[in-house]
Design a protein around this ligand. Structure first.
Ligand SMILES: [Zn+2]
Length: 287
């Protein structure tokens, strides 16, 4: 019923808009915004992947610039003092967490006391999905200098790789409280970028530039990534959704050759995501 009313409003606005002078851009922008919102309703919740929800939660993240942070691709943070570093590729693996003599990669963390028990469980589930199948071990911090400081700030975001010192990861509650979103942000902290930023992405997906919202094309850059000789992973927890940064609900990413290949998901790291963590951190027998 709600959907019918919303569609009625949109159709009404379309009729209304067509009778207006074209320069009434605020009505057109509002119409596009409503259409964008309803296209998510029409797709149904089962198709909203982790990145879709991150982008929705982070809607007004740009205003965080005032607090000394900037964001690229919707949820990768940089602070001004480390922006000179080419964080996207981590040259020479400079942003990897160090490996211990026992072969494990210990990543200390603290979780803000502001979270309730359910939130803590969700965060720990996101950690478990990685640590059970890789040599990366998230451990409560005791005295370590470098550690993840998980906090319910505004939005879902992380820095890329280890930045040294206390390193915030924001997981707003409830907007970021899916274990798949937790593992997505943890993978950024381990040094992984979004799957469709890979250097070889144009062989696997088409970016529909004309459907991207004004001012957002920079979120679709490719980077010289280390692809670890793994195949392109449409099912990566790090993949944008089909409609990411869409102007009006039309697709911005179409897989090829089969445009109907599902992209992204919400459950947690894919088999290939786990394989990539094991390769990047040289987890030996787990590869
Ligand atoms: Zn991300």
């Amino acid at each position: 019923m709600k959907l019918m009313i919303s569609l009625g409003i949109i159709l009404g606005m379309m009729t209304y808009t067509s009778a207006l002078p074209i320069q009434n851009s605020s009505v057109i922008q509002e119409m596009k915004r409503l259409k964008r919102g309803n296209s998510e309703v029409l797709r149904g919740p089962e198709e909203i992947n982790a990145m879709d929800r991150i982008l929705r939660t982070n809607g007004r993240l740009g205003s965080s610039r005032a607090r000394g942070l900037s964001f690229r691709e919707g949820d990768i943070a940089s602070s001004y003092h480390i922006q000179s570093r080419s964080a996207i590729t981590c040259p020479g693996n400079s942003c990897l967490w160090p490996k211990s003599v026992d072969g494990s990669v210990y990543v200390p963390y603290i979780i803000s006391p502001q979270y309730d028990d359910m939130d803590r469980i969700t965060i720990e589930m996101g950690m478990l999905d990685i640590l059970l199948e890789t040599c990366v071990k998230f451990v409560p911090r005791s005295h370590e200098t470098n550690f993840l400081d998980i906090q319910p700030r505004f939005g879902c975001w992380s820095f890329l790789g280890m930045t040294e010192g206390p390193q915030p990861i924001s997981l707003q509650s409830p907007g970021c409280m899916w274990s798949g979103i937790v593992s997505h942000e943890l993978m950024h902290a381990l040094g992984f970028v979004h799957e469709q930023s890979r250097s070889d992405r144009d062989r696997h997906v088409s970016i529909i530039w004309e459907n991207i919202r004004k001012g957002q094309k920079h979120n679709f850059k490719k980077y010289q990534t280390n692809n670890l000789n793994t195949v392109y992973d449409y099912g990566s927890i790090m993949h944008y959704g089909r409609y990411a940064f869409s102007e009006d609900g039309s697709p911005t990413i179409i897989p090829k050759p089969d445009p109907n290949t599902p992209i992204g998901q919400r459950d947690g790291p894919s088999v290939l995501d786990i394989q990539k963590i094991n390769l990047l951190y040289e987890c030996g027998g787990l590869v």
